[in-house]
Design a protein around this ligand. Structure first.
Ligand code: MN
Length: 253
């Protein structure tokens, strides 16, 4: 019984090769799995289920077709696609989970999160996050015309890349104390998250207990720059492993 975890694909209509890689992933690499967890930022942006176009409907249909082969698919919101709602979930035949969510892998409790809520060193981002995750703000945003939402989303992305360009690298990583607190609160020794684009397995000690934090990497496909890399975390029934693979060769492995 294989369980897979992926995050930070950042799919968008402007990157069809990457979208095809996701479809290939579902059809080939993820075919043997029983359960797939998408832990945020499947999409590069999401401005509301009512604004779905052909691209979003197609991705939903592919996930639904995958789920209909007898898989359970779960989704945790990322900071880019936090407005995904029940309409998309129903169309994609997936289940929305809270961030964070406690799951069981065999008899081991594991905490899943997108990861951005633990980046507490980035105070500017934490303020922005609090605003975006406020239900009232979300309600108001969703009542705006689609064109206005599109403009705001583009502005947010531009602002965030400007701001991030000026931030020291370490403040955009998770804060170790925030990690330890969250794991303590949920009484887990294993945490899986994405968001930071820093794929790694971190072992650390809290009061003599061994804790492990798995970070799944982002998917990047850019033929011009010779970048072709996807990441997953895989549970084969016994062990959890961080795996790297080629996105363009998924259909030929
Ligand atoms: Mn993210």
């Amino acid at each position: 019984m294989t369980t897979l975890f992926i995050a930070d694909l950042h799919l968008s209509p402007s990157h069809p090769d990457l979208t095809q890689a996701f479809y290939d992933y579902l059809e080939y690499r993820a075919a043997e799995a029983a359960t797939l967890y998408i832990i945020g930022d499947l999409f590069d942006y999401w401005i509301g289920d009512d604004a779905m176009g052909d691209f979003e409907h197609e991705v939903a249909a592919k996930i639904a077709a995958y789920a209909d082969t007898g898989k359970d698919v779960y989704f945790i919101h990322g900071n880019r696609d936090f407005l995904i709602g029940e309409a998309f979930a129903n169309e994609a035949h997936l289940t929305l989970l809270d961030d964070p969510s406690l799951i069981m892998l065999g008899d081991v409790p594991v905490l899943l999160a997108h990861g951005d809520a633990m980046c507490t060193d980035d105070e500017q981002y934490m303020e922005f996050r609090a605003m975006m995750r406020n239900p009232q703000w979300q309600q108001q945003a969703l009542e705006m015309p689609i064109e206005a939402r599109q403009a705001i989303a583009e502005q947010f992305r531009a602002d965030s890349s400007d701001a991030n360009a000026n931030k020291p690298q370490n403040i955009m990583d998770v804060n170790q104390q925030a990690v330890a607190e969250l794991m303590g609160e949920y009484q887990v020794r294993t945490l899986i998250h994405g968001h930071t684009h820093r794929p790694e397995v971190h072992d650390f000690d809290v009061n003599g207990e061994l804790m492990r934090r798995y970070v799944v990497g982002d998917w990047r496909l850019d033929h011009d720059q010779d970048i072709d890399i996807g990441w997953e975390i895989r549970h084969d029934g016994l062990a959890l492993t961080l795996e790297e693979f080629s996105l363009s060769e998924l259909a030929y492995d």
